[in-house]
Design a protein around this ligand. Sequence first.
Ligand code: G3H
Ligand code: ZN
Length: 286
Amino acid sequence: VFVNGNAIYQAAREGHYAVGAFNTNNLEWTQAILQAAQETNTPVLIQVSMGAAKYMGDYKFVKTLVEEQIRIMGITVPVIMHLDHGNYEAAKACIEAGYSSVMFDGHDLPFEENLEKTAEIVKLAHAKGISVEAEVGSIGGEEDGVVGEGELASVEEAKQIAALGVDYLACGIGNIHGQYPENWKGLHFDRLQEIAEAIDTPLVLHGGSGIPQEQIEKAIKLGISKVNINTENQLAFAAATRKYIEAGKDQEGKGYDPRKLLAPGKQAIVDTVKEIIGWLGTPSVK
Ligand code: G3H
Ligand code: ZN
């Protein structure tokens, strides 16, 4: 049921739009992301971090959860099932588990080793029709235990990794995971432009939450095709849940029923994902 990410993101790069990549954390997140994609009639990438997969069980369970929800919900838009920021073992496990896309994040390895391991993953994944994301430079901040210094991607390294045939490339361009600090300097558009001019590979903007809309739009014009969003949905979920409880709704009737208690947060994710899809300019599926 899952599709490989190559054609979808290649079309995005050529068409100067982006396709959202949303992290899932549980059942409600999965349902909300799929619902938003179906309602906007756009392709979507659902990704899971190593930490979230561990929280839910394992990689196979997450894949089965998404797959079964696609069936149960009658989802007809293309869905890419992707591993986010995987280490070597995780990437291999997801290739085995039947994901349609994996990220091998070798940013913390010496570059030669990142290159070598990325090449191995590309070989294993492509043999099974699975797309691969690699990373050069690093993303600042922390996501589920993956920590980065925010090192700016080098054009030379981007060229070498792209030459391995990766399907999409994450580059450090001043982007940060989690919430952006008050004194954040913004994205490094010059470096993004240099990389985009040097390679045709669709580029990935990690840490998509909290970047002003104009900067996201400019980055997409320059060559960003995949925008990763996690924190934005977490904030929306938390705010809607807080509002529900603070209004005392959990104390009215059977408002404490988890299916009622989690509903406003889930709806907030649907709304957030739909709004972001609008920003990215993702065209509808014919
Ligand atoms: O890999 C996932 C993303 O880069 C998410 O970043 O939580 O800052 O939106 P974010
Ligand atoms: Zn990321």
